[in-house]
Design a protein around this ligand. Structure first.
Ligand code: IMP
Length: 203
């Protein structure tokens, strides 16, 4: 029979495997949590008259944000439905080209629905610009975007991002869904990797 584990007294600070790979933290776990609550309040107020808001998450980077944002909207009394898309962007290394392939499409018709695209980060904006055109072709009632992070380069492609969590500097960040070679997505905060991590990862 299973033994009950003793309960820890309050939060326990445990060093995780990824902490030593981080050069500096950009946004803390608490800042992310507080900002998501603010964004949800704003969206809940703007969509107060909408019956069922449809959130479209772009996998994999936005998965943490989607989960926390949907629950924050729930706490604001806004009912939501969740849809997931996976797309791959052809590009040179970390730069996206805007040429996109759909790996997983929407499971349902979005015609006439009020849609919010839940994005992790807008960098050049090329991926999002393609996605918005694609969604518009499916005749939704409306489409808006909420992006947790936005980099300054995003202004180069005019993509209408109605809700932005944080404007950050133009450097490569990991954590809270954002990866480097599929790692660091589970970090609860966002940070910049130490330079040696990249050298270590070279073949
Ligand atoms: P864009 O088409 O240049 O806007 O690229 C957007 C996508 O690139 C995001 O959805 C992320 O998956 C990825 N990306 C952009 N910047 C970063 C970063 O700093 N860390 C991790 N992934 C990033």
């Amino acid at each position: 029979m299973r033994q009950a584990l003793p309960m820890a007294e309050g939060p326990v600070a445990v060093e995780s495997w990824y902490d030593s790979d981080i050069d500096h933290v950009i946004i803390t776990e608490e800042q992310i949590r507080d900002r998501i609550t603010e964004l949800a309040k704003q969206v809940a107020a703007d969509y107060a008259s909408v019956d069922r808001l449809l959130l479209v998450c772009v996998l994999k980077g936005a998965v943490m944000f989607m989960a926390d944002f949907a629950r924050a909207l729930g706490r604001c009394g806004t009912p939501v439905e969740l849809e997931f898309m996976a797309i791959s962007s052809y590009g040179q290394g970390a730069t996206s080209s805007g040429v996109v392939r759909i790996l997983k499409d929407l499971d349902r018709d979005i015609a006439g629905r009020q849609v919010i695209v839940v994005e992790d980060i807008v960098d050049s904006g090329l991926t999002l610009s393609w996605l918005l055109k694609y969604l518009e072709s499916r005749s939704p009632g409306s489409v808006e975007v909420v992006a947790l992070f936005r980099k300054p380069d995003a202004v180069k492609v005019p993509v209408p991002v109605r809700y932005v969590g944080f404007d950050i500097a133009s450097e490569f960040v990991v954590g809270y869904g954002l990866d480097f070679a599929e790692r660091y997505r589970e970090m609860p905060y966002v940070g910049v990797l130490k330079p040696e991590v990249y050298t270590r990862s070279l073949p």
